[in-house]
Design a protein around this ligand. Structure first.
Ligand code: ADP
Ligand code: MG
Length: 399
């Protein structure tokens, strides 16, 4: 689960990390009021969306030469003018995709005088099974680009969970950023607090880009991207309450209610599969035959009729879906249960697009019989290869 920058900064503040003063605003009036509460004379008006690259982003509704999603303002009036331009408009960044995201919240922040911008992130490194730090002097920009073009400018190390964070980790950060003396001390302090926040809140990623050195010699977290391990959210109701569902795909929210693993994709073939491995193989084979999947959907091993019906509804609610492929291996989950679920769902929501069903495993004959006798217009397939070819053909013919 992701949260907004201003919420992430409140979490950082709780752990004693240096962040600028700022106030969130949902309306132009609130933005003006927020600016009045700040000392000035430099303010920053920051779009709050769950995507990075806002500074270099473009608003769809504004002329191409208009400023991006993070703007400096030199007076309360300028804050007002920027808020008017930004609120309600759609910001397109390198991370939002071409559709962009509507800006419904702003963060009005005290402006910093920046001497240097660094990059620092904390994440779970699956290879070492440890919390790792990624540090670079090349802050403020696209870290993937730095990693690609100048990998030597990125320093990484991980923390042994048995010892936890130690002063030498902070010194490694200081060294990577070329900081000494009091600044090295600040880096040690910062590293310790970031690690503690990361572990205490069960984060999956904490990215500070940029971490700045201000002209008055202070390290400060100027941006914050924070995401949390969803398996640990039950321990953090205060984090769950920060969830902004308008930032999430409504189909994915609905799927999470039924405990379905669902990821929306861009293609035209909706997939209902059990097991993550089989689901991935299904996506691969659809691509192999020249079409694109509309989603990844794993209904899980213990799916019942309700779950299958919910899954079917989520798939058909997607207007990009031009055909559906149900690919089920009946193990714990029996083929007849799937067949009944599919039929119940079709009767419930109707079916105006081709549906290919491939069943294999426990009670497969019973499942096939149920579908055949339902009188529904379902195309039966014998194996995965056959199923993929049939749905691709059906989708192409229906255009
Ligand atoms: P994004 O990464 O989404 O573009 P950032 O929060 O990193 O958004 O802001 C982009 C740039 O705007 C930063 O790299 C920094 O140069 C500048 N900036 C952001 N916040 C402030 C601030 N409070 N004071 C001064 N400059 C800022
Ligand atoms: Mg940033």
């Amino acid at each position: 689960m992701n949260i907004h920058e201003y919420q992430a900064k409140a979490v950082l503040k709780e752990f004693g990390l240096p962040v600028s003063r700022g106030v969130a605003a949902f309306t132009v009036e609130e933005a003006v009021k927020a600016a009045r509460e700040l000392p000035g004379p430099l303010y920053v008006v920051k779009s709050q969306i769950h995507a990075g690259g806002r500074g270099k982003g473009k608003f769809k509704e504004l002329p191409a030469d208009a400023k991006g999603g993070v703007r400096l303002a030199k007076s309360v009036d300028e804050v007002r003018a920027n808020a008017v331009e930004m609120l309600g408009n759609t910001l397109v960044t390198a991370q939002t995709g071409p559709v962009g995201k509507q800006v419904n919240r702003l963060y009005i922040e005290d402006g910093s005088n920046i001497q240097k911008e660094f990059y620092l992130s904390v994440l779970v490194d699956r290879e070492t099974s440890r919390v790792a730090f990624v540090v670079s002097t090349e802050g403020g920009m696209d870290i993937e680009k730095v990693a690609h073009e100048t990998p030597e400018k990125i320093v990484t190390f991980s923390v042994d969970p048995a010892t936890g964070v130690m002063p030498h980790h902070g010194m490694a950060v200081a060294k990577a950023l070329g900081l000494s003396g009091d600044l090295a001390k600040q880096a040690v302090n910062l590293t310790t607090r970031l690690y503690n926040a990361f572990v205490a809140k069960d984060m999956a990623l904490l990215e500070i880009n940029p971490l700045i050195l201000s002209t008055d010699g202070q390290l400060r977290c100027l941006d914050a991207k924070m995401s949390f391990d969803s398996n640990a959210l039950y321990r953090h109701p205060e984090i769950v309450s920060l969830r902004d569902e308008t930032e999430e795909d409504p189909k994915e929210i609905e799927a999470s209610r039924y405990d379905l693993s669902y990821i929306a994709l861009e293609g035209s073939i909706g997939c209902m599969v059990n097991g993550a491995g089989l689901a991935m193989a299904t996506l691969d084979i659809i691509k192999l035959y020249g079409e694109e999947p509309a989603n990844f959907l794993d209904v899980g091993g213990g799916a019942n009729k309700e779950k299958v019906t919910a899954a079917f509804k989520i798939i058909t609610a997607d207007h990009n879906v031009k055909g559906i492929l149900v690919n089920i291996f009946g193990g714990i989950m029996k083929c007849d249960v799937i067949a009944e679920g599919v039929i119940a769902a079709v009767q419930d929501v109707g079916l105006s697009i081709p549906l290919v069903v491939r069943l294999e495993g426990t009670n497969v004959e019973l499942g096939k019989t149920i579908i055949r006798e339902s009188g529904l217009n379902v195309i039966a397939a014998d194996d995965l290869d056959d199923a993929a070819q049939k749905i691709v053909k059906a989708v192409r013919e229906s255009h």
